[in-house]
Design a protein around this ligand. Structure first.
Ligand code: CA
Length: 517
């Protein structure tokens, strides 16, 4: 810490054309501070906030990442604090005027020889964990399943040491919803594909109430089951054979134990890194996210793609304002059209709700120096590295495609994580600037901090400190390599994330559950 407080006044300018830069020093810098290039601050500027590098008259475009993030709402003097009140939000890029795959680059050279120790499933997917997941059709049964899971963990799981955990896939869907409403396929296929996540490697088991709208046969038709089996996979609480609550719980425990016997036979084996499905997300971003954590994750993402793995990036509202940069990276015209289709869908979705993209960023993002959604988007897409985008996964759908994919999800951490798990994510990398204790029960979550001050304060929650990039102690490439290696270690069970160490697991949250009746 002592070393860090001695840091000379420092700012980060991302692109040579930028007219604003980010203050690096912890606690910000006072008015009158002169930086090494002679720039003098005319007012105090908080850490991670923007300083004007030139004099700007009202209406001047303000550039960061070499792109326009807004327009000066009034005259701004060189050395001033550039914040929300002095910036006007630009219009989003029109979806009708985007170039198709004009700059889609040649594939990066492949890299070989990288492996991790995972659990091979019957369907060819590979788990980074060996978990029994108990699917629920409806919220009515959730407390019962939670109770049963507590009993299984205490009384049965200790006998099956090769099984990592038993979890309940609980949610608020299933009853009191218009089950055939337009869009209802999204929550239904999400629940189905969650049950088929590679980290829940065996035959699914389902707990149903009996009278709910979402029936087990609609949720998990036999044709979707990964293993051909005539074994029953549903415990239905209203069945007349159950004469008491205790008998219902016993039925759940007995079916769970059969699954545990199967799962316990499995062992980790060396698998190519191409079996990884890594979901990328950010939450509680700040102005450093796009300079440190996200570019380092982007470098790791490129390494994963080069090793043949699947990488999912997401969060529609956080890429919408950078969509022109993404369609230009589409591997072919179909991918560009799929990207535009998902943006259009989301524009209409927000319009129906009477809001627009300015509902993002959050107050925390803003105090972290992120003024608007354009600045947030330009920093956010740095997570996706430089690879060509070779596919688009609609919300709730499952994918087996390799390469860099856009999984269309909201930016909400819980909903994005849930949809990425449904897409078959087996490991998540999560960047944060403000800090979040986020974690998922179904897949490990590696958390990367954008600032060393956060990584120091939250040393037992943050797995990687990317703040060293801003202070010049490490390069983007070095931190990117560190993240890539940690992905292989965590996927192999050799290293535990802090979220798993503490058992911090956020709830599943379904997207777009349609009208409630
Ligand atoms: Ca998020």
């Amino acid at each position: 810490m002592a070393e860090r407080t001695k840091l000379n006044p420092l700012y980060v300018q991302v692109h040579p054309a930028d007219t604003v830069a980010i203050i690096v020093n912890e606690g910000g810098l006072p008015a009158g501070t002169t930086l090494s290039d002679g720039l003098t601050l005319v007012e105090s500027i908080p850490e991670a906030h923007k300083v004007a590098l030139i004099d700007m008259v009202a209406g001047t475009p303000i550039l960061r990442y070499g792109s326009v993030i807004g327009y000066a709402a009034r005259d701004i003097a060189k050395g001033s604090w550039v914040h929300e009140e002095c910036m006007r939000l630009p219009d989003p890029p029109s979806l009708d005027a985007l170039s198709f795959c004009s700059t889609a680059q040649d594939a990066l050279p492949p890299i070989a020889g990288y492996t991790f120790d995972g659990f091979l499933n019957e369907d060819g997917s590979v788990g980074t964990k060996n978990i029994l997941g108990i699917t629920t059709t409806v919220q009515c049964v959730a407390p019962t399943v939670d109770y049963a899971v507590r009993r299984i963990r205490a009384e049965i799981l200790p006998r099956y040491p090769y099984v990592d955990d038993v979890i309940a896939l609980t949610h608020t869907y299933g009853c009191g919803v218009a089950i055939q409403a337009p869009g209802s396929e999204i929550p239904i296929r999400t629940l189905r594909n969650l049950s088929l996540n590679p980290n829940l490697g065996g035959m699914p088991m389902v707990v149903s109430l009996g009278c709910e709208k979402l029936q087990p046969a609609q949720l998990l038709p036999a044709s979707t089951l990964p293993v051909l089996s005539s074994d029953p996979y549903v415990v239905r609480m209203q069945d007349e054979q159950h004469q008491s609550f205790e008998q219902m719980v016993t039925a759940i425990l007995e079916m769970a134990e059969k699954r545990l016997v199967e799962l316990n036979r499995r062992r980790r084996t060396a698998r190519p890194a191409s079996d990884l499905v890594v979901g990328l997300q950010c939450g509680g971003s700040d102005a450093f996210s796009g300079v440190t954590a996200n570019p380092a994750v982007g470098y790791a993402s490129d390494l994963l793609v080069r090793a043949g793995a699947t990488v999912l990036f997401s969060e529609v509202t956080e890429v919408r304002d950078a969509i022109h940069l993404l369609t230009a990276r589409a591997a072919n015209e179909q991918v560009a059209q799929d990207l535009i289709r998902e943006m259009r869908w989301y524009d209409a979705y927000l319009k129906r709700g009477g809001v627009d993209r300015s509902a993002n960023p959050t107050p925390g993002n803003k105090s972290g120096g992120l003024t608007n959604v354009v600045e947030k988007a330009l920093g956010s897409i740095a997570k996706a590295g430089t690879s060509a985008i070779c596919g688009v996964v609609p919300p709730g759908e499952r994918t087996r495609q390799k390469g860099l994919l856009f999984a269309a999800t909201p930016a909400s951490d819980f909903i994005c994580g849930t949809l990425q798990l449904a897409a078959s994510m087996n490991l998540c990398v999560f960047t944060t600037g403000r800090g979040t204790p986020y974690g998922l029960a179904m897949a490990p979550v590696i958390k990367v901090a954008s600032r060393s001050t956060l990584a120091d304060r939250w040393h037992d929650l943050i797995d990687v400190d990317a703040g060293v990039i801003a202070t010049g102690k490490a390069t983007i490439e070095q931190v990117g390599e560190q993240i890539f290696q940690m992905i292989l270690d965590v996927a192999s069970g050799r290293k535990k994330t802090w979220a798993d160490h503490w058992g911090l697991h956020n709830d599943l949250a379904l997207f777009n559950p349609a009208p409630v009746t």
